[in-house]
Write a protein that binds this ligand. Structure first.
Ligand code: ATP
Ligand code: MG
Length: 336
C-alpha cells in the first residue's frame, strides 16, 4: 500500500543576506497509514522546517527548492494556500506547532476558532461542533466550561492543550506534533502521551512526533527518522533502529538519552553542534563530529542504503554501514 505521507529527496532553503541556507537536504522518508512515526534530531537539524513544508507553514524566505512531498500519492509541494485549506489542513493533516503560544488568535474566543474551522472544513452543525469541542477539552485535561475563554486567559501549557484539542477536532488522518510536550510539565506530558495512545488504539490516525529525545520515539513510535544538519541519517522501524542503530549519529544519540531498559547507564553527550549549511551541501553533515569519518565522507553526502541483517525498511546514510557493528563494538569497550 502507498504511504500516507512521503518525502522524496526534499531540499528546503532559506534565503538570507548571507546567501541561501540549506536547512533540509535531499530528505527522504515515509509515514505509513495508522502508524506513529518519530522525527528526531538536535536543535537546528531542520525538523520544524521539514514538517512546516507539508502544511505551507514555512517562513516567507523559505521554500522547497527540489524534491516531492506526496500525500496519499498526490504531489502537494506546490499547493497554494487555497488548495492547502481546501484539501489538507485540519481534516487531513493537522499541525501542533512548536511554540503554540502565538498560534491562537488572541482576539477570538477559543470556541469561535473551533467554529471557524468547523464551518470552513466540515459539515458539522454549530451545536455538534461545540459538543465535540467540549469533549476534546475534557480529553486534553481542560475544563469544558472554558471553551469560551480568550487565549490570554490560559497559561502557556493550557494554550498548548487547547491547540491540541483543535488539532484533533476534525479527526485528521495525520497529526504532526512539533515538540508537543516541551512546554508542559511532566504530569501533563504523561497525560498527552496517554491520550495519544488512546487515539492510536481506537482510530487509524497517524502521528508524526517531532522531538530531540530519541528515547521518547523508542517508547512511543513504530517508525523513526533521524535528522542531522538537514540530512536524514537513518530511518526504519523502531525495532530495527533500537536494536541495531547503524548511522554513527544514531549510535551516539542513543547513548545520550536515558533508556528505560538500562536506567543506570551513564549518559554521554555528543560534542559539537549540527552545522549551519550555507549554500550547497557537499559532504556528510556529521563528518566533523563523527569518530569514524573517512576521506570519502567529505567528498559527497552519503545516500540512504539498506542495512544488512535488518528488515527492508531500515536504511542508513553512511559509507561505513557494513562495518558499523564492529566499529560501535569498540565504543562499548572504550566506555567499559
Ligand atoms: P529546534 O529543535 O531548535 O526546534 P529544528 O530541528 O526544528 O530545531 P529548524 O527550526 O528547522 O530546526 O532550523 C533548521 C535550520 O534552518 C537552522 O540552521 C535554522 O537557523 C535555519 N532557519 C530556520 N528558519 C529560518 C529562517 N526563517 N531564515 C533563515 N534560516 C532559518
Ligand atoms: Mg523546531
Amino acid at each position: 500500500t502507498e504511504p500516507l505521507l512521503e518525502f522524496r529527496d526534499v531540499t528546503i532553503q532559506y534565503q538570507t543576506n548571507r546567501g541561501p541556507i540549506t536547512a533540509v537536504s535531499g530528505a527522504s522518508f515515509s509515514i505509513e497509514q495508522g502508524e506513529f512515526s518519530g522525527l528526531v534530531g538536535e536543535s537546528g537539524s531542520g525538523k520544524s522546517t521539514l514538517v512546516k513544508s507539508v502544511i505551507g507553514g514555512l517562513d516567507s524566505n523559505g521554500s522547497v527548492t527540489s524534491g516531492k512531498i506526496l500525500y496519499k500519492g498526490e504531489e502537494i509541494q506546490d499547493y497554494t494556500e487555497a488548495e492547502l485549506n481546501k484539501h489538507i489542513r485540519w481534516k487531513e493533516i493537522s499541525y501542533i506547532p512548536q511554540s503554540s503560544m502565538n498560534s491562537l488568535d488572541p482576539l477570538q474566543r477559543v470556541s469561535e476558532q473551533a467554529l471557524d474551522i468547523a464551518s470552513v472544513h466540515s459539515d458539522l452543525s454549530k451545536a455538534e461542533a461545540l459538543e465535540r469541542f467540549r469533549e476534546l477539552f475534557e480529553i486534553v485535561g481542560l475544563s469544558p466550561d472554558r471553551i469560551d475563554d480568550y487565549p490570554h486567559q490560559f497559561s502557556g501549557g493550557m494554550q498548548q492543550r487547547a491547540i491540541t484539542a483543535l488539532a484533533l477536532f476534525l479527526d485528521p488522518a495525520l497529526i504532526i506534533a512539533d515538540e508537543p510536550t516541551t512546554a508542559l510539565d511532566v504530569i501533563m506530558q504523561d497525560q498527552i502521551f496517554k491520550y495519544l495512545d488512546r487515539v492510536k488504539a481506537s482510530t487509524d490516525t497517524s502521528m508524526l512526533l517531532i522531538t530531540h529525545d530519541i528515547s521518547v520515539v523508542f517508547e512511543s513510535c513504530e517508525q523513526i527518522a533521524v535528522l542531522h544538519g538537514g540530512q536524514v541519517c537513518e530511518s526504519g522501524s523502531v525495532e530495527d533502529v533500537y536494536r541495531n542503530p547503524t548511522h554513527p549519529y544514531t549510535v551516539l544519540l542513543q547513548r545520550a538519552f536515558p533508556d528505560i531498559r538500562y536506567p543506570d547507564r551513564q549518559l554521554e553527550i555528543i560534542e559539537g553542534h549540527p552545522p549551519e549549511q550555507l549554500g550547497e551541501v557537499t559532504e556528510c553533515s556529521f563528518v566533523d563530529r563523527c569518530p569514524w569519518a573517512v576521506d570519502e565522507c567529505h567528498e559527497h553526502p552519503p545516500s540512504l542504503d539498506g542495512v544488512a541483517d535488518s528488515t527492508q525498511s531500515h536504511q542508513s546514510a553512511c559509507y561505513r554501514n557494513d562495518e558499523m557493528r564492529e566499529l560501535k563494538g569498540e565504543l562499548v569497550e572504550l566506555a567499559g
